[in-house]
Design a protein around this ligand. Structure first.
Ligand SMILES: [Zn+2]
Length: 50
């Protein structure tokens, strides 16, 4: 899938996550939406927004 399209869909679904350390935006899979996930760029744990 086009990364831009994936980003838009992720934002709509609330799956977008911004790393607190490296500030990079990434999309988490929908089943991880309520879990703390590791940043795929630097490995920092990113807590869910809610
Ligand atoms: Zn990061």
């Amino acid at each position: 899938m086009n990364p831009f399209i994936a980003m838009v869909i992720g934002a709509i679904l609330g799956l977008k996550r911004v790393c607190p350390k490296c500030k990079r935006v990434q999309i988490v899979s929908s089943d991880k939406r309520r879990d703390t996930v590791p940043c795929k760029f630097c490995g920092t744990d990113i807590p869910p927004k809610r």
